[in-house]
Design a protein around this ligand. Structure first.
Ligand code: TEU
Ligand code: CA
Length: 562
């Protein structure tokens, strides 16, 4: 496998709406990101992924684009974007844009024209179908945002497809004129100096030609047909040939519903499709039979076997992204760690687990200061369309009590990740002196950047050490390209793995629980010759015969005799 510059990169994801509000209108903006570049440079990240900032009616907070060539006024201007690309470049940070091309906003001029009549040249740029045999929706597909994926248009008496909200009509990728228009747009952004692309729902572009019914017993009937659909690889190869191959750019596809074998097809270098993908298997490990809204307790052994499977199956064949958090997931400390007594220890432990693995780590804003889920007290406090739609459906259609539904959504709502970044202990956590668009997490008085920078044992400095380790001359190649092996796979709370190559070996031991655990070195680890590279507790000498791991303790040991 050919070595690439981004193999050793670390990506930081910003949700611009909630990062920093430079003009105090309550909404984060591009100038706010520019002002915080020194903070990101201090952390040591290489790539900055921005969730969408293009013009949008904000039905899905920017994932519903009405003009790919302009910036939403609340975020700023194209000039601000050029300034951000330039200023970030000056401090060694590359910009990764979020490319949302499975759908546009229904306010995009293309859709306004397409929906005028059945004959116009843009009709076929979207997916219009006649009513089904019973006069109703064309099939039984269910939207990620609850309800049918079909919206009836009175004027032309046809339905249009929307996998997400009804204000996010799906583009018809069968239409080559549409595809050419998309490629032109992405090249325009790359010509402006963007060097990374995060491709939204990218494995959903190719729908089955017959639009047949999905399996009604699945949580999302239809997804099994349009995810990884019939022509997805030909579209990605064409996009690679007409866009990616013309630039020095790193691409990451957001690909829910992929297993390692398919991820290898998307990411192996000889396929000329994508560089890496976000897989979701570890993100659904706590989803119940009804899907994400029906969370079940974490099955830890399953979690560590999933992550290890991805390490082993993609080794030498593809490339992993490594993440616990993003703008669609509840905060990992609350989900997989301990956001009360052991918030700091479990934050550092979770980071250790993935940052010592092979792949490109992604840090989501606030993760590096240990932000946790936010307790939303009423339905009105939620902003996320996915959550609001689910709430309405659960209370009105399923008859759940408001209290039950608030508890369920409180654990999994995407808004847990979208409360504003906490910069200091002043009003609104220093995010804005306006009225913030969404609730500030009450934790801001103790969990904030100002405190993190002052505290040498903070989670922030621990992340900085992890990033430095990945880039260090001594351990970088081992962490980026070394082999991986899970040890003690059936231990109910220790996540133990080694990374090694011909010359070096690291041992990573993470206690995923709040009980003390004893680690007895198996044959291959001689504890008498180890050196503690990183620990989230102050740790004395390593005993030769066993190590006692404290609650949520993580250790990275260098095995000297290897
Ligand atoms: O998410 C698509 C996706 O994979 C969904 O499963 C999403 O993660 C869902 O919220 C999980 O329940 C992408 C974006 O990341 C998301 O913010 C957008 O809402 C969505 O596409 C539509 O653009
Ligand atoms: Ca603002």
């Amino acid at each position: 496998m050919e070595k690439k510059w981004w193999h050793s990169s670390v990506v930081y994801q910003v949700y611009p709406r909630s990062f920093y509000d430079s003009n105090n209108d309550g909404v984060g903006d591009l100038k706010g990101i520019i002002e915080k570049l020194p903070y990101l440079q201090n952390l040591g990240v290489d790539i900055l992924w921005l969730s969408p900032v293009y013009s949008s009616p904000m039905d899905d907070n920017g994932y519903d684009i009405s003009d790919y060539y302009s910036i939403a006024p609340e975020f700023g201007t194209l000039g601000d974007m050029d300034e951000l690309i330039g200023e970030a470049g000056r401090v060694g940070i590359k910009i990764m844009m979020d490319v949302v091309v499975n759908h546009t906003s229904d306010e995009h001029p293309w859709f306004i024209e397409s929906s005028k009549d059945r004959e116009n040249p843009k009709r076929d740029w979207y997916i219009w179908k006649n009513p089904g045999a019973d006069g109703g929706v064309p099939n039984n597909w269910i939207s990620f945002f609850s309800g049918t994926t079909w919206e009836f248009d009175e004027r032309t008496e046809q339905y249009y497809l929307h996998l997400f909200s009804k204000k996010q009509p799906d583009l018809n990728w069968e239409n080559s004129a549409l595809r050419e228009e998309i490629y032109k747009m992405i090249n325009w952004w790359l010509d402006k100096g963007v060097m990374g692309l995060r491709l939204d729902v990218i494995n959903g572009l190719s729908k089955p030609h017959d639009y047949r019914n999905g399996d009604p017993d699945l949580p999302l009937p239809g997804a099994e047909l349009y995810m990884n659909g019939p022509r997805i690889h030909s579209y990605l190869k064409e996009m690679n040939e007409k866009v990616f191959s013309l630039h020095d750019v790193v691409t990451v596809g957001e690909t829910n519903f992929v297993a390692p074998s398919l991820a290898i097809k998307y990411t192996s270098q000889d396929r000329n499709e994508l560089d890496m993908v976000f897989q979701f298997e570890h993100m659904s490990v706590d989803a119940g039979p009804e899907g994400k809204w029906d969370p079940v307790p974490l099955d830890f052994i399953r979690l560590k076997n999933i992550l290890s499977k991805w390490q082993n199956k993609l080794y030498g064949k593809g490339w992993n992204s490594l993440y616990w958090n993003n703008h669609d997931q509840p905060r990992a400390i609350s989900r997989f760690g301990n956001d009360k007594k052991y918030r700091v220890e479990s934050a550092k432990m979770l980071a250790t687990v993935i940052h010592l693995m092979q792949g490109t780590p992604f840090i989501y804003q606030g993760e590096e200061i240990g932000m946790t889920n936010c307790s939303f007290d009423s339905p009105e406090e939620y902003r996320d369309i996915e959550t609001v739609n689910y709430y309405k459906k659960a209370v009105q259609e399923k008859g759940f009590s408001e209290k039950t539904v608030l508890e369920k959504i409180g654990k999994v709502s995407r808004d847990n990740a979208r409360t504003p970044m906490q910069w200091d202990s002043s009003t609104n956590g220093g995010f804005s002196s306006g009225i913030p668009w969404i609730k500030i997490n009450p934790s801001y008085e103790s969990v904030n950047v100002e405190k993190a920078i002052e505290d040498k044992d903070s989670i922030f400095y621990y992340y900085r050490k992890l990033i430095k380790l990945r880039k260090s001359n001594k351990y970088g190649d081992l962490i980026v390209y070394g082999k991986y092996k899970l040890l003690m796979e059936n231990h109910r709370s220790l996540f133990v793995y080694t990374r090694w190559d011909e010359g070096q070996k690291l041992l990573v031991i993470c206690n995923f629980g709040e009980q003390r655990e004893e680690f007895f070195p198996e044959g291959e680890i001689e504890m008498t010759h180890t050196n503690v590279l990183l620990s989230n507790y102050s740790r004395g000498e390593i005993a030769a015969d066993k190590i006692v791991l404290r609650p949520y303790e993580s250790l990275v040991l260098e095995c000297l005799h290897h």
